[in-house]
Design a protein around this ligand. Sequence first.
Ligand SMILES: N[C@@H](CCC(=O)N[C@@H](CS)C(=O)NCC(=O)O)C(=O)O
Length: 225
Amino acid sequence: MSSTLTVHHLRRSQSERVTWLCEELEIPYKLVSYDRDPQTMSAPEDFRKLHWAGTSPIIEDGNIVLAETGAVFEYIQTKYANGRLSLPPTHPQYADYLFWLHRANGTLQPGLINLMFCRINGTPDDDFGRQHTQKRIDENFQAMDLQLSRFPYLAGDEFTAADCMTVWSLTTLRLFIPYGFEKFPNIVKYLERISQRPAFKKALEKGDPGLKPVISVSPPENLLV
Ligand SMILES: N[C@@H](CCC(=O)N[C@@H](CS)C(=O)NCC(=O)O)C(=O)O
């Protein structure tokens, strides 16, 4: 298959999900990588000027420039995947597929980022907003662990884009906010399985050379913020 797709990848960021998706789909793409500003951890100016959103991921395809992971996934899946890595509405696990595909960016990511800022700002543990967000995240991990005790992947028996969408929040994001999975053995086993996938390894090698997948039970020690 030919493609004119360029993935603009900010290292140590959630655009890891897009390079991984492309590797799983075996789509040809051009990868352009950028480093975060070491002081602010923001995207550099040459990345920010690609799209007003200035956030990673950003893709280019012909004269289209697109940001926002959910939109980028839908674009790639619709234009280049021909149904691969998604489940059709007739599939018995279609609803699970949709739920976990959207749960990652709709609830999990915003919650975890909120907790990251609480930590950076020194928000007290008993702050109402912090407690509320923590409860949501704990419930999410519990539900995810239960699902993964029944099935090998989030949508069920098949590996799908819902896995590509979610794993970053369970791995590399932990370099920014330390949380462990001591209470969630099925998430840990799932991450071990995922880390063995050739496309996952390839995406990390290409986009974030030297980054060891953060799949440990306990939080990583060398945080980036
Ligand atoms: N909801 C957005 C969030 C994107 C986002 O915040 N990306 C972070 C990287 S993990 C970013 O670009 N940070 C650098 C910056 O804001 O300068 C998406 O899924 O694309």
